[in-house]
Unconditional design. Structure first.
Length: 98
């Protein structure tokens, strides 16, 4: 067990070296509004036509459709889709509560 002074010194050493402790609670950073936006983006992703003959191009076209529908850049839309998929994976594995 560390004393308060030892813990503060340890935290200072981590911060001064550029090593930042990440929170262990997964899913706590995203607010319900953010999660609702991920769900909305994934809904557009699922309804988009895509390219059935080319798997890579299919995902690219779907993300492009999400970006167009939500007035986002391709990178922003891709991030929202990826966050939604990671959130669902974490729910499935029991790492976060809904």
């Amino acid at each position: 067990m560390l004393t308060k002074e030892q813990d503060e010194l340890l935290n200072y050493n981590f911060i001064s070296r550029g090593i930042v402790k990440m929170p262990e609670l997964r899913g706590e950073q995203a607010t319900p509004e953010i999660k609702a936006e991920w769900e909305r983006a994934y809904g557009f992703y699922r309804e988009s036509p895509g390219d059935p003959r080319d798997k890579k191009n299919d995902r690219t076209e779907r993300i492009g459709y999400v970006a167009q529908m939500m007035s986002l850049t391709h990178k922003q839309a891709k991030r929202r889709i990826r966050n939604y998929e990671a959130w669902q994976r974490n729910l499935k594995n029991g790492l976060v509560a809904s």
